[in-house]
Design a protein around this ligand. Structure first.
Ligand code: XBP
Ligand code: MG
Length: 254
């Protein structure tokens, strides 16, 4: 059994609870700016999260939620231009520090660095969304803590396809046997496990009822001093928060 050397983090829902209060709000701002009467409620957005990728999600909305929407432009082009404005608004929110990290994320990343664990990012979101989140939360130098930021359109197929995790491992020249993935959603979990990765899941309001068969563990959050995690599936031993000891212990259980 290989020793754990590398951590691959998903972003949205895992590092930060970005969807309802972040991405959704930015989409709605772009729709209003374009003069569209679309306003995605939290509930509708939860349904739209079935499709990963913001451009793809807009197209999914047009195809599956609207009756005969017509426009004198190629739909893919229209979705891409709307998505550009959405990203502008989302980056503004990140810059203003409106999207905090989830519990325990800052602590674990600092601990993992101190312990010499290698780290990478594997996400569907737009690359700038990642660098802006890291910069606003850890400072600009934190971007270099991650050997690869595998994000967005860098791969042909988005999650649940395994491409983005496979790409990240190729770039890091690391094997799945020594790597742990961190995910929050069914799409993300299918992607990481499809790439052969043992995966630790921290759910959120949108993904609490998703299925995570054979996850290393499913937790409500990473935990922190005085804020023990809740184990929803899998084992915790004597641990009450996800720290480097817990990661090695969990990895050895697989
Ligand atoms: C989540 C996604 C992304 C975001 C929106 O990515 O599917 O599409 O919802 O970001 P992950 P964009 O969980 O893999 O981090 O609009 O930039 O796609
Ligand atoms: Mg996610």
């Amino acid at each position: 059994m290989s020793k754990l050397t590398t951590l691959l983090f998903d972003v949205d829902g895992t590092l930060a609870d970005t969807e309802a209060a972040g991405h959704r709000v930015a989409f709605n701002k772009a729709f209003a700016e374009a003069g569209l009467d679309w306003n995605w409620s939290k509930e509708t957005y939860g349904e739209l999260l079935a499709v990963t990728g913001g451009k793809e999600r807009i197209k999914f909305f047009i195809d599956d939620f609207l009756e005969d929407f017509t426009i004198d432009q190629e739909i893919t082009e229209f979705a891409a231009s709307l998505h550009q404005r959405k990203t502008h608004y989302y980056l503004e929110m990140l810059q203003q520090g409106e999207i905090p990290l989830r519990t325990g994320v800052k602590r674990l990343i600092n601990e993992a660095r101190a312990a010499g664990l290698r780290m990478g990012i594997a996400t569907t979101t737009t690359p700038a969304n990642v660098t802006y989140l890291l910069s606003s939360m850890f400072g600009e130098e934190s971007i270099a803590w991650f050997e690869v930021i595998a994000a967005g359109d860098i791969v042909p197929a988005k999650k649940p396809a395994p491409d983005i995790f496979q790409y990240a491992m190729q770039e890091m020249k690391v094997s799945a046997e020594e790597t742990m993935a961190f995910e929050d959603s069914a799409n993300g979990f299918l992607s990481s496990t499809g790439a052969g990765l043992s995966t630790l899941v921290t759910v959120n309001d949108y993904t609490a009822n998703d299925t995570f068969n054979d996850a290393l563990a499913v937790l409500d959050q990473l935990g922190d001093e005085g804020q023990p995690f809740k184990v929803l599936q899998g084992a915790s031993g004597e641990h009450t928060m996800v720290d480097v000891d817990y990661l090695h212990w969990l990895f050895a259980q697989r």
